[in-house]
Ligand binder design. Structure first.
Ligand code: NI
Length: 256
C-alpha cells in the first residue's frame, strides 16, 4: 500500500475526471492521500474531498505565492477549518524566493504565523521552500516548529541541509524529480538520509516522474518514485513502500 503524502486533487486540471481518477486509486494500492491546500479556497476544496473520500485527508494553509493577500482574520478561518478531524496538517506553507510572488518579509511573517497555528493546534506542517534554504531552516528552528514536526516537501536542498532537518525530526518529501537522471544532488540526499525520514509524494498534477514527464501527474506514478529510491538506496521496492507508509502513519493522524 502506498502513502501519497502530497497531491493537489482540488486543482482545476482534475475537473474533467477527478471522481473517476480518485475512485480508481485504491485499485492501484494507493490507500492514503494527503490533499494539500495552497490558499483559503483550496483549503475548503481539500476539506470537501476529504469528506467525500475515506482515504483522502486534507491540509489547510496558505502557500508563499498567495500570502500577499492574507489578512489577520484569515488565521481565524484557518483555525476554524483545522478543527475538522480529517485535517491532518497545516500547509503548504513556507518561503519561495525563486518566484517571489509576495515580498520576502511578508512571506516570512505568514510562515511564522502559520507555524504558530500548527503549534497551538498540534498539527504537523508541510513546508514549501525554494531558493530560501537557510531562511526556511532558521524559521523552523527559531519557531520550534520541530515540536510538531512535518515534511520538507519536494526537497531541493543539499544533503547537509537534509541531515539538519532529519536531526530536527523532520521528514524529507521525495517526488518525481528523483527519477531525473540529472538530479544528482537529490540522489545524494536520498542515499544519505535514513528511509525512516522519507515520505513519497507526487505533487500532482505537477512534476510527473520519468517516463511520464511533461504529462499531468497523479498518484499512480508513485511507483516510479519508489523504484528510483529503491535503486539509489539498493533496497527492495517493497521495503520503500512499507517504510514510507509507516512513516506517513507516524506523522499524520489518518486512522478511521
Ligand atoms: Ni504542492
Amino acid at each position: 500500500m502506498f502513502f501519497e503524502s502530497h497531491a493537489h486533487y482540488d486543482d482545476l486540471k482534475f475537473d474533467q475526471d477527478r471522481d473517476i481518477l480518485l475512485a480508481s486509486l485504491k485499485d492501484e494500492k494507493i490507500t492514503k492521500v494527503i490533499n494539500v491546500a495552497a490558499n483559503l479556497t483550496s483549503s475548503l476544496r481539500s476539506l470537501e474531498l476529504a469528506k467525500k473520500y475515506d482515504f483522502v485527508y486534507a491540509t489547510v494553509g496558505v502557500h508563499p505565492h498567495d500570502v500577499g493577500a492574507m489578512m489577520e482574520n484569515d488565521l481565524e478561518t484557518l483555525i476554524g477549518l483545522a478543527a475538522y478531524d480529517k485535517v491532518v496538517a497545516i500547509g503548504e506553507i513556507g518561503l519561495d524566493y525563486y518566484y517571489e510572488n509576495s515580498p520576502k518579509e511578508v512571506q516570512k511573517l505568514w510562515f511564522r504565523e502559520q507555524i504558530n497555528i500548527a503549534k497551538d493546534i498540534g498539527l504537523p506542517i508541510i513546508v514549501h521552500s525554494r531558493d530560501a534554504a537557510k531562511e526556511t531552516y532558521d524559521i523552523i528552528k527559531d519557531s520550534k516548529a520541530y515540536e510538531v514536526g512535518g515534511i520538507i516537501h519536494c526537497f531541493s536542498g543539499s544533503k547537509e541541509m537534509a541531515q539538519k532537518y532529519v536531526d530536527l525530526g523532520f521528514y524529507i518529501g521525495i517526488g518525481g524529480v528523483v527519477t531525473y537522471n540529472n538530479a544528482k544532488t537529490l540522489h545524494e540526499v536520498v542515499r544519505a538520509i535514513p528511509l525512516e525520514n522519507i515520505l513519497i509524494e507526487t505533487d500532482s498534477p505537477y512534476l510527473s516522474p520519468v517516463p511520464n514527464r511533461g504529462k499531468r501527474n497523479d498518484s499512480r506514478n508513485l511507483k516510479y518514485v519508489v523504484s528510483a529510491i529503491a535503486n539509489i538506496k539498493e533496497i527492495s521496492e517493497e521495503q520503500v513502500i512499507k517504510t514510507t507508509y509507516e512513516n506517513g502513519l507516524k506523522l499524520f493522524t489518518v486512522h478511521g
